[in-house]
Ligand binder design. Structure first.
Ligand code: TYD
Length: 201
């Protein structure tokens, strides 16, 4: 028996955390056993790497390698065991974020990311990826309410523009796995769409 692997993606400030909490409650209400996790992070080692990744400046390849190192651990300790036990796994970000941020945002050669993906994931992809999409101006506005911004959130508008474009490009490229959610809408409107998506999943 295998469960379903669902990932949440989007630029910082798209509001995915709020929707993730709601969807988790919704699915648990329908009787599913749901494991909620995040990247970078999800394991004790991964959370230590997250702390470093979100605060410490580093070479862009070091950044990509650490993201995938955390992911390797996460797959081994959390994602694969939960899926094999028939649980649903919802991860706040996964490897699409590496393509969007390290590839699109920072300009790392996509072939290097593809090699890491092949190595670390060994063919495993999410069953469904929800891309919470908002224009960069909207996300900047939402982020301006945060008291402190991490190393990624402090990036310039152009960086997020590239990240967003890369996400949208991947959503087209892998259109059967992705759903683009217009996250500029109100919470009830988005929740209605999520309910519809999961009435068939
Ligand atoms: P995020 O998931 O947005 O958490 P929070 O809502 O607490 O800010 O933060 C994680 C950051 O890590 C985000 O800015 C994107 C970045 N990131 C990458 O650059 N590459 C990756 O592979 C992953 C998983 C995340």
């Amino acid at each position: 028996m295998t469960g379903k692997f669902i990932t949440f993606e989007g630029i910082d400030g798209a509001g995915k955390s709020t929707h993730l909490d709601w969807l988790t409650r919704h699915l648990r209400g329908r009787g599913h056993s749901v494991v909620v996790t995040r990247e970078p992070g999800g394991t004790p080692l991964g959370e230590k790497l997250r702390e470093i990744l979100l605060s410490q400046p580093m070479h862009l390849e070091t950044e990509a390698l650490l993201m995938f190192a955390a992911r390797r651990e996460h797959l081994e300790k959390v994602i694969r065991p939960a899926l094999s036990a028939g649980k649903w796994v919802i991860s706040d970000r996964f490897s699409d974020a590496s393509f969007a941020y390290q590839g699109g945002g920072r300009g790392l050669d996509e072939n290097k990311l593809l090699a890491l993906e092949q190595w670390v994931q060994d063919g495993l992809q999410p069953d469904l990826t929800l891309l919470f999409d908002v224009p960069v101006e909207v996300s900047r506005q939402r982020l301006s309410n945060n008291a402190t911004l991490d190393r990624f959130e402090q990036e310039q508008q152009e960086f997020f523009q590239r990240v967003r474009e890369n996400y949208l490009h991947r959503a087209q490229q892998f259109s059967t796995r992705f759903r683009i959610i217009d996250a500029t809408r109100s919470l009830p409107e988005i929740q209605k769409e999520l309910e519809e998506i999961f009435s068939v999943h």
